[in-house]
Design a protein around this ligand. Structure first.
Ligand SMILES: C[S@@+](CC[C@H](N)C(=O)[O-])C[C@H]1O[C@@H](n2cnc3c(N)ncnc32)[C@H](O)[C@@H]1O
Length: 365
């Protein structure tokens, strides 16, 4: 049992930290009734950049206001309300503060330490400092920043002095911009091209690149991965390109003969659908198991197909599953040595599936 004051100080640090995912205050203490029934705080992206969205509910209707990140005065007002409990989710884990007659009880799960790291320590924990002004411009919540940071850690250490990198299915381009910042900070003369189907993303990302003064080095194309016309890249990145868009990215990387490929797949619906159609098995009878099996089968097959195409391949966990369930990363480097695996055709035959990447590579040969 600790003092309520100390516990609220810890909650304050978490609410102000860049790792905040969501915080909910509710209930009441013996010494008073809060002005509202619940208060929920979470980082969001608006046009002007990142904000802390505060939604309060008085039992009649919710009220929403957007606070500037680090608005200590507003956070202090919230903490001064006599809420009975706080649940604070951060990228390190969850903290629950429960008030009792005698003081405060804190429960922690995940890796949230009693004393939060200082800003200086936090900077070391990340490849890119979360306080980097870049993030004020590109936005992205703490979870996305952590994903991007973890992804960048998987880049090869030994890179040439000039590099062209494409980010396929770049979406809001958090990875594209962060990769540019990181690689250029290592002294690499790097160009980034972000490709996404959506024209609105291209326009928004181009405007962000201009604001950052990077428009000559970071450019965006609205096109499908399969058809985008860009200079041949040395490295292909794809973070959570949906379903078979990851296959499009891998096939395009092979077509370009990119030296490095880093792809973190998203949902794997294609093979799961094929398994449901063709197979009755203990492994595929229950939806959840079929989906998990399809994940494993798809990425194992993708790895084997890339080996056939002359890549050395690893499939690794790039971030803890607490941060995203889509935490596998296919990391490939071109060796020029094709190594076909006889198990591949046996596996495809046995499960009667033909993953999209197999079809795409066949069409390219
Ligand atoms: C889940 S979002 C991921 C965005 C970004 N990589 C990230 O991690 O924040 C997937 C993105 O892929 C894009 N996409 C899906 N299929 C695509 C395709 N065939 N060609 C180009 N972009 C595609 C979508 O428009 C979407 O922006």
């Amino acid at each position: 049992m600790g003092s309520l004051e100390q516990a609220l100080d810890e909650v304050r640090e978490l609410l102000l930290s860049p790792g905040l995912i969501r915080a909910v205050a509710s209930g009441q203490r013996r010494d008073g009734t809060p002005a509202v029934r619940t208060a929920t705080l979470r980082p969001i992206e608006v046009k002007a950049g990142q904000r802390w969205q505060l939604v309060t509910d008085d039992g009649q209707r919710p009220t929403t206001v957007n606070l500037r990140p680090g608005d200590r005065a507003e956070i202090d007002k919230l903490l001064a309300e006599p809420f009975g409990s706080w649940v604070v989710e951060t990228s390190h884990g969850t903290v629950r503060l429960q008030t009792t007659k005698k003081g405060a009880v804190m429960h922690r799960s995940g890796q949230v330490a009693a004393a939060q790291p200082t800003t200086h320590d936090r900077a070391k924990e990340h490849l890119l400092d979360p306080g980097d002004p870049l993030f004020d411009v590109i936005g992205g919540n703490a979870a996305k920043r952590r994903q991007v940071d973890a992804f960048l850690r998987q880049l090869p250490a030994d890179l040439p002095p000039t590099l062209h990198v494409v980010d396929l299915g770049c979406g809001n381009a958090y990875l594209t911009f962060a990769a540019y910042r990181y690689l250029s900070s290592k002294g690499i003369d790097v160009r980034l091209t972000g490709i996404d189907l959506r024209e609105d993303q291209r326009a928004r990302n181009t405007e962000v690149a201009q604001r950052l003064g990077w428009a000559d080095r970071v450019r965006f194309v609205a096109a499908s991965i399969a058809d985008a016309e860009v200079d041949r890249p040395d490295m292909v990145l794809a973070l959570h390109a949906c379903d078979t868009a990851t296959d499009d990215a891998l096939a395009r990387a092979v077509q370009w003969q990119a030296r490095w490929i880093l792809a973190a797949p998203c949902c794997h619906k294609d093979v799961s659908r094929q398994l449901r159609r063709h197979q009755a098995s203990l492994l595929t009878e229950h939806g959840i198991l079929r989906e998990r099996f399809a994940d494993v089968l798809t990425d194992a097959v993708r790895g084997a197909l890339l080996r056939e195409e002359g890549y050395a391949v690893e499939v690794v966990e790039f971030i803890d599953s607490a941060h995203t369930p889509r935490n596998a990363l296919i990391r490939a480097v071109q060796t020029g040595q094709s190594s076909p695996d006889p198990e591949l055709s046996r596996l495809l035959q046995e499960w009667q599936v033909k993953p999209a990447l197999a079809t795409l590579l066949e069409a390219q040969r």
